[in-house]
Design a protein around this ligand. Structure first.
Ligand SMILES: Cc1cc2nc3c(=O)[nH]c(=O)nc-3n(C[C@H](O)[C@H](O)[C@H](O)COP(=O)(O)OP(=O)(O)OC[C@H]3O[C@@H](n4cnc5c(N)ncnc54)[C@H](O)[C@@H]3O)c2cc1C
Length: 287
């Protein structure tokens, strides 16, 4: 199968915004999610909306420490602010965690190719989010639910290692309460504070019947999850071109110049992070 040519930055960005220069932005609100993750609501100092799609990311500059790529965690939905959920890992993410509402940061983006919400319309949509992989999916789910009637079934599988790692608790409860969403949650191992489903995320698949021909699956999670979830989707008969994945790679520039995030002949920052499995299965470095 031939590779489609890499998409150019011209196709994916608003031409008037300089993607090489961080735009000043304000931290509007900070909400602790877990012991290691915080949600930051951000507003560009210019007052304009970021203009992103779910699944895209920004480079967050925390002065004077440096930059880190972080997924957009909210749908545009007509708001001028946007959400990021950040796990404290190292220098930049720890510096971000020390900030409070009112702090100034820099934002480059939106960057990369996100989820094509239009392509999902008219289909059954299966959304599979493992751990912090739910962060980019939150914006997609918000966008789908904002136009719920445009989609057929909406099935959401989320999995966390333990109850202490559950993100977006209030929102998960809202999705679970809806009768037009089939919501399933699991944690990996038994826990005294958990009475729900236990087992890795693939153990949710036998609970649901799929009309394979009309289902599109969107999958984001830790690297180890992909292989097993793809196998389950294939067993359910979902075609490779109907599996949509978001990859995470070490990135620097975010605009296809430095080559840090190269996967075979593609750049994760530019051609992704969202890819179809039908593209990725020929990229041996991808999964
Ligand atoms: C497209 C994209 C979207 C992302 N979205 C999010 C998000 O929404 N929320 C979030 O919390 N994180 C996200 N990340 C990961 C985030 O970018 C890294 O955690 C961050 O860059 C770490 O920076 P740091 O300066 O805090 O850590 P550093 O001080 O640079 O590193 C600390 C340790 O973490 C390791 N490390 C750093 N980055 C990565 C990485 N990408 N993969 C594996 N190990 C790494 C280093 O090797 C080192 O051991 C995303 C990454 C990508 C590429």
């Amino acid at each position: 199968m031939a590779f489609s040519p890499p998409k150019t930055p011209i196709q994916q960005v608003e031409p008037e915004r300089d993607l090489y220069v961080p735009q000043p932005a304000k931290v509007v609100n900070v909400v602790e999610q877990t012991a290691t993750e915080k949600l930051f609501e951000i507003q560009l100092a210019s007052g304009e909306a970021l203009g992103h799609q779910p699944g895209q990311f920004v480079q967050v500059f925390v002065p004077p420490i440096g930059e880190a790529p972080i997924s957009l965690a909210s749908a545009p939905n007509g708001r001028t602010s946007f959400a990021l959920v950040v796990r404290r890992i190292g220098d930049v993410t720890s510096a971000l965690h020390r900030l409070e509402a009112g702090a100034t940061i820099g934002i480059r983006g939106p960057l990369g190719h996100g989820f094509d919400v239009e392509e999902l319309k008219g289909h059954d949509v299966l959304i599979v989010g493992g751990g912090i992989g739910l962060v980019p999916l939150r914006g997609l789910i918000q966008a789908v639910l904002a136009e719920r009637e445009a989609f057929n079934r909406v099935v959401i599988f989320v999995g966390f290692k333990s109850p202490t790692e559950i993100l977006f608790r209030d929102e998960l409860a809202q999705w679970e309460a809806r009768d037009d969403v089939e919501f399933h949650i699991t944690i990996d191992r038994p826990h005294p504070d958990w009475s729900g489903h236990v087992g890795v995320i693939t153990t949710l698949f036998p609970e649901v019947e799929f009309g394979a021909a009309r289902t599109k699956a969107v999958i984001v999670g830790p690297p180890v999850m992909y292989r097993f979830v793809i196998t389950e989707c294939r067993l359910k008969g979902i075609a490779d071109e109907n599996m949509i994945l978001s990859l995470e790679r070490r990135m620097r520039c975010g605009v296809g110049k430095c080559g840090h995030c190269q996967i075979n002949n593609r750049y994760c920052c530019l051609d992704g992070p969202v890819f179809k499995y039908s593209e990725l299965k020929f990229m041996w470095e991808a999964i």
